[in-house]
Write a protein that binds this ligand. Structure first.
Ligand code: FAD
Length: 389
């Protein structure tokens, strides 16, 4: 009975809130409940890693509080409330808030629970001091402590690690980045592109330690002492862990839903259970677990249609990723994972790199641009295939 039971969305990140907005464009009547383990503030997560260079405080990043969002969405928002279990057969949730549990029935359920950061396996009495900055709360804690911080160690030289290095060095911090691969951004870019990012950030003052990893973190006279696999030691005030994210699948898995790298869905974003859908970083849509904004926006539009009675499969156009290393901007359009081929470096100089990823038949499947070559992104985006037709 959809007139009484609500659509329930778990998660108030970009996925949850954008879906709620799309639903309300189509249907202003169906009861809508959003549940969040956090305070439900609406913010744009990508802005976390450019905040210091723009001198933005945590308050500046908060677009709307939960109360304002609830009013504008004509929805109920349950904050500081965690979904503990899903009963998919009887279609209700078990919620926990401030030590109290309650049950909530749903007509349709959408899991938009995001991704967790992977914890770096460290030894030493300060291993827990390497923290992620993966949401607004993490950022608030880091920001609050930043007044007493001069030097920061970033564990991981991927997208998130490089963006924070780029941001913090421009705000005057001494920055060290430790990356096990021989280049930064190695999973996304061909070597010459990673090297140019490395050069630009190094010129700005970032200290890279490549081809090695942090093995120990210890407290040392009020600071942190990191020991690297190659024997080198780094003294710093704070450590950020940025070695990757992993879809939050536990809740779905415990409920018996099919999970792989993410919560498995079809192109309608429906999970293996009836009336349960997944969207955003937690979802693996037709084999793709893409932790970016563009796919979740496309998913939110399609899923809103589906939930409002018009089943609509999601399509992904080519969706190039912009890496916000502003000292050396990067736009990359990775080839779909099952495509084999190779990088062709068309240009590599101190101002820019242009590389194209070509399959065995000579077809363009992806590209990587950095420095002044990013101006060619729009032209190349038109030439690469859609991610999900
Ligand atoms: P989240 O924002 O993580 O939201 C998850 C929500 O679920 C939260 O509200 C949480 O409280 C709630 N939740 C989880 N478990 C439970 C539970 N059991 N019960 C109740 N609530 C629960 N992408 C880009 O495309 N471009 C960029 O430039 C870019 N930059 C980024 C920079 C940084 C520093 C980071 C960390 C990510 C960046 N990304 C970028 C990725 C992008 O931000 C994410 O893909 C997107 O924000 C994910 O949104 P989400 O709603 O799926 O998850």
């Amino acid at each position: 009975d959809y007139t009484r039971k609500p659509i329930v969305i778990v998660g108030t990140g970009l996925a949850g809130y954008n879906l709620a907005r799309e639903i309300r464009k189509l249907d202003t009547q169906t009861p809508l409940i959003l549940i969040s383990a956090d305070d439900g503030t609406y913010y744009s997560k990508p802005q976390l890693s450019t905040a210091f260079q723009k001198r933005r405080t945590p308050l500046d990043l908060m677009t709307s509080d939960a109360r304002t969002m609830a009013q504008s969405l004509a929805a109920e928002i349950m904050t500081f409330t965690r979904v503990q279990a899903i009963n998919s057969a009887e279609e209700y949730l078990t919620l926990e808030s401030a030590g109290r549990t309650q049950q909530l029935a749903y007509a349709r359920l959408v899991l938009a629970v995001g991704a967790d950061t992977v914890t770096a396996p460290l030894e030493g009495n300060a291993s827990g001091a390497a923290v992620p900055i993966n949401d607004l709360q993490d950022f608030q804690r880091f920001y609050a402590a930043s007044a007493g911080t001069r030097s920061v160690l970033i564990i991981g030289g991927g997208l998130i690690g490089c963006e924070y290095a780029n941001d913090l060095v421009q705000a005057g911090f001494t920055v060290h980045v430790v990356e096990p691969q021989s280049e930064v951004l190695a999973t996304l870019l061909p070597a010459p592109a990673g090297q140019l990012v490395n050069q630009c950030l190094t010129t700005a003052g970032v200290n890279f330690h490549l081809g090695t990893r942090v093995v120990r973190l210890e407290r040392h006279q009020g600071q942190l002492l990191a020991t690297l696999e190659n024997g080198e030691q780094i003294l710093c005030d704070r450590a950020i862990s940025a070695i990757g994210v992993r879809a939050r699948t536990q809740l779905a898995e415990q409920a018996g839903l099919k999970v792989a790298r993410g919560i498995v869905t079809d192109r309608l974003l429906q999970t293996s259970a009836e009336n349960i859908y997944a969207l955003g970083d937690c979802a693996e849509v037709d084999g793709r677990n893409l932790c970016y904004v563009a796919p979740l926006l496309a998913g939110a539009r399609a899923l809103a249609q589906t939930l409002c009675g018009n089943p609509t499969e999601v399509r992904y156009d080519a969706m190039p990723v912009t890496i916000k290393t502003t000292l050396c901007p990067v736009t990359v359009s990775p080839a779909r994972p099952w495509i084999s081929g190779s990088w062709e470096i068309q240009r590599a100089d101190s101002n820019g790199v242009r590389a194209v990823f070509v399959d065995s038949q000579g077809l363009l499947q992806g590209f990587a641009l950095c420095g002044d070559a990013v101006s060619e992104a729009a032209r190349l985006t038109e030439q690469v295939p859609a991610l999900l037709q």
